[in-house]
Design a protein around this ligand. Structure first.
Ligand SMILES: NC(=O)c1ccc[n+]([C@@H]2O[C@H](COP(=O)([O-])OP(=O)(O)OC[C@H]3O[C@@H](n4cnc5c(N)ncnc54)[C@H](O)[C@@H]3O)[C@@H](O)[C@H]2O)c1
Length: 354
């Protein structure tokens, strides 16, 4: 088959993460068009990754209407995912959506339904499922090396989003839980095939109640305890009150051992610099003194593997793996909203879908 043709919508932060994946999958895929309402970002992105012969659009609906492609990759603010996806499905394209799938569970369901009605696939971009270190940890668990896994503790935390859209619930759907917590939540749901039984949560509440970011409508700290059908327990956390760079930390506990995974701060390189480096790890503002600069950060966080998996799935007209299908993005967002309900009402919530 000829290469998978991709229309990339959005040319900023997450598009850059995906672009690394496309640049390393040129045997499988080609970017045929890029759309961003700020067109200056398009050339910068394409030059960084060596994309050539792509069409440029500043209007996403025009791009979806005109571009001959196999898949539309949506790297837009959360509130724009649903309309872009519906239009793309109506044109008979497959769709990749960044996380969270939408700002509301209803919109997420509309995306899943639109894919089904069109007979096309909705791919949900959860990079943690392709992080090589997590793959290694799961292989260790599967060979029985820590005995029966009983408890998982996982978190994604940093000091606040770069994107202005993340401050307003209407545009993004919540706070640190919907932005960052969606990674550990989706990861656990994928491990357990969505078979969770009960959750109980607490958040900082948003706005004036926040620990630090009072200009954010959503919470800047949140945590949830979850139980799964096989007896596994999990403690999942997401916050915007962590200085010094992004923390993606996952601990697994079994009755014969444990595993600690640090996706962001465990570089093999240590640097001491008095003037500072241009970059160390995501969301690290200070780079002077001792630091652990990331090595191949986008590969190690899973973006390269994620894009390759989606390109193979489009080529073969197949669903993605568990955790990466539209219904998994829907379930992750449903759980996030139940976390909000639990935190607000101070109640434990059972999974009424089991
Ligand atoms: N998987 C991850 O780790 C990860 C990391 C960051 C962001 N994300 C997700 O990626 C998505 C985008 O976030 P981001 O950080 O890239 O945001 P961003 O603000 O950096 O970029 C959004 C881009 O969309 C463009 N845009 C906005 N409205 C548009 C429109 N109507 N038509 C065309 N272009 C438009 C903006 O000009 C901007 O360049 C969000 O859903 C976010 O949650 C995922």
């Amino acid at each position: 088959m000829s290469k998978v043709k991709v229309l990339l919508i959005g040319a900023a932060f997450s598009a850059d993460l995906h672009a690394e994946g496309y640049a390393r999958s040129t045997d499988l895929a080609e970017i045929v068009a890029i759309c961003d309402k700020d067109v200056s970002r398009i050339k910068d992105l394409a030059d960084r990754y060596g994309f050539k012969d792509y069409a440029v659009y500043d209007d996403m609906f025009k791009a979806i209407e005109e571009v001959e492609c196999d898949v539309v990759d949506i790297c837009l603010p959360n509130f724009l995912h649903v309309e872009a996806a519906k239009r793309a499905f109506a044109k008979g394209r497959h769709v990749i959506s960044e996380k969270p799938l939408a700002t509301t569970v209803e919109d997420a369901k509309a995306m899943v339904d639109a894919a089904e009605a069109a007979g096309k696939k909705l791919y949900y971009a959860e990079d943690w499922l392709f992080a090589p270190a997590l793959g290694r940890a799961l292989a260790v668990i599967n060979e029985g090396a820590i005995g029966k896994p009983m408890f998982v503790r996982a978190r994604e935390c940093h000091n606040g989003s770069h994107s202005p859209f993340t401050k307003t619930i209407k545009f993004c759907g919540g706070g640190s839980m919907v932005h960052l917590g969606v990674h550990p939540v989706c990861f656990m749901l994928a491990l357990k095939n969505n078979r969770w039984t009960e959750l109980t949560a607490m958040t900082s509440g948003g706005g004036e109640a926040n620990l630090w970011h009072r200009d954010m409508e959503g919470e800047d700290w949140g945590a949830v305890l979850m139980k799964f059908e096989d007896g596994t327990h999990a403690l999942l956390e997401a916050n915007y009150v962590t200085c010094g760079g992004m923390e993606d930390i996952i601990d697994f506990y079994g009755d014969k051992g444990c595993i600690h995974v640090d996706l962001t701060m465990s570089s093999a390189v240590s640097v001491y610099s008095e003037p500072g480096l241009s970059y160390t790890v995501e969301k690290a503002d200070v780079t002077t003194g001792w630091s652990k600069p990331a090595v191949d950060e986008k590969f190690n966080l899973g973006y390269v593997g994620e894009i390759r998996h989606f390109m193979e799935s489009v080529r073969d007209n197949k669903d993605a793996k568990v955790g990466l299908r539209g219904i998994d993005g829907y379930e992750a967002l449903r759980v996030i909203n139940l976390i909000y309900k639990s935190a607000k009402e101070g109640v434990a919530i059972k999974n009424d879908l089991l």
